[in-house]
Design a binder for this molecule. Structure first.
Ligand code: GTP
Ligand code: MG
Length: 346
């Protein structure tokens, strides 16, 4: 039997109950939640019993859930007008004091950010110390460039930060390999059994399923209190690309991807999770200068990601990673080798 677990099978199992003890709740989230519990849905302007029931049955069962929703999600759930949905969200945010934060508050939040190291000092340096929690890092590049290897490596090395940290690995391409986790765990001096136990793998069968799984991740954090520190989505775009073919469906694809990115951002930001997503490239034949490849998903994916890394094959089997987008770091490159037990500076 493989050690992989599926999130779907995991929710509500007895086995899982034990693991709840390891959960370390996120302070910000706890603050908001206790504030949220002081209110009922009917305290919101314009919410009568019928709307409250619709909201509740669609999962918007607290002020907090409403405060972080988009108007269209509320419209879909309740059938109220978009304007009314906006008012509802605004009211929920005001009641929870989710307005502006001072620079001091943001700094305090930033102090909770931790960085997952890769084992390659130049790679870590390029990222200012490692892959950050509370952010989305997108890695794009051609097949075999090492995107999945980095995902596996992070799933293992997260546990160097905190032996109870949980990784959720959303596997959209059927490329998660527990064998590789064992090798990387040995390389990092960690117990492979413990490492595997702390990785929850869920296969995504299509783009809708993939989006649903992200909602489930939120439930794992809020309801099951799992101490999730890393969320890998490998690949972010493969299903979307396969399902929405041709120019005619591009708008719909981008709309769905936008929603997906929004959910991922919410998880990164609210629960201090490192979100790592991989992305493919397509060739851009009309590009005469520079690299004729382009990441899938365009601006929607690019803008939602905090850090973007372009991976390509380098000389003598090495890999080149280039940081191409970051809020606070220069554009730099590094060179490394993928090896049996980890990655190594070239
Ligand atoms: P796609 O998902 O196809 O787009 O590619 P990817 O970017 O995810 O590539 P992936 O991370 O799967 O990289 C595969 C490459 O990693 C292989 O071609 C090997 O070069 C390297 N690799 C994987 N496992 C090992 C290993 O055990 N030892 C060594 N030395 N290299 C490995
Ligand atoms: Mg891959």
């Amino acid at each position: 039997m493989s050690k992989r677990k599926d999130i779907n099978n995991l929710i509500g199992t007895d086995e899982e109950e034990e693991e709840l003890e390891v959960a370390i709740p996120n302070d910000d989230y706890e603050d908001l939640r206790s504030k949220s519990e002081e209110f009922a849905l009917s305290d919101l302007a314009g919410v009568g019993p019928a709307t409250a029931e619709k909201l509740e049955s669609s999962g918007f069962d607290s002020l907090m859930a409403i405060a972080v929703a988009t108007p269209s999600e509320i419209v879909d759930a309740t059938g109220i007008t978009e304007n009314a949905a906006r008012k509802l969200i605004k009211d929920a945010r005001e009641k929870l004091d989710m307005g502006f934060e001072s620079g001091v508050d943001v700094l305090k939040k930033r102090e909770k950010v931790v960085k997952i190291t890769t084992g390659s000092s130049t790679f870590d340096e390029m990222l200012g110390g490692g892959f950050e929690t509370s952010s989305i890092t997108e890695c794009f590049g051609e097949f075999g460039s090492g995107k999945t290897q980095v995902g596996h490596l992070l799933a293992v090395r997260t546990q160097l930060l905190d032996p109870n940290a949980i990784t959720v690995y959303v596997d959209a391409e059927n490329t998660f390999r527990p064998e590789r986790i064992i090798e990387f765990a040995n390389g990092a001096g960690l117990n492979p059994d413990t490492v595997l136990k702390n990785i929850k793998v869920a296969k995504a069968y299509n783009s809708d399923h993939q989006m649903l799984l992200i909602d489930k991740v939120e439930e794992l954090i809020t309801k099951q209190k799992l101490n999730i520190k890393l969320l890998v989505v490998d690949s972010l775009t493969a299903h979307f690309r396969a399902e929405f073919v041709g120019r005619g469906s591009l708008a719909e694809r981008q709309q769905k991807l936008n929603k997906h990115m929004h959910s991922l951002q919410k998880i990164a930001d609210m629960y201090n999770v490192c979100v790592y997503v991989t992305n493919q490239v397509m060739s851009k034949p009309d590009q005469f200068f520079g690299d004729p490849t382009q990441a899938i998903g365009g601006h929607i994916v690019g803008h939602a990601s905090t850090f973007r890394i372009y991976l390509r094959k380098g000389r003598k089997g090495s890999r080149v990673a280039k940081l191409i987008d970051s809020p606070n770091l220069p554009e730099t490159e590094c060179n490394f080798f993928v090896e049996k037990e980890g990655i190594r500076d070239a």
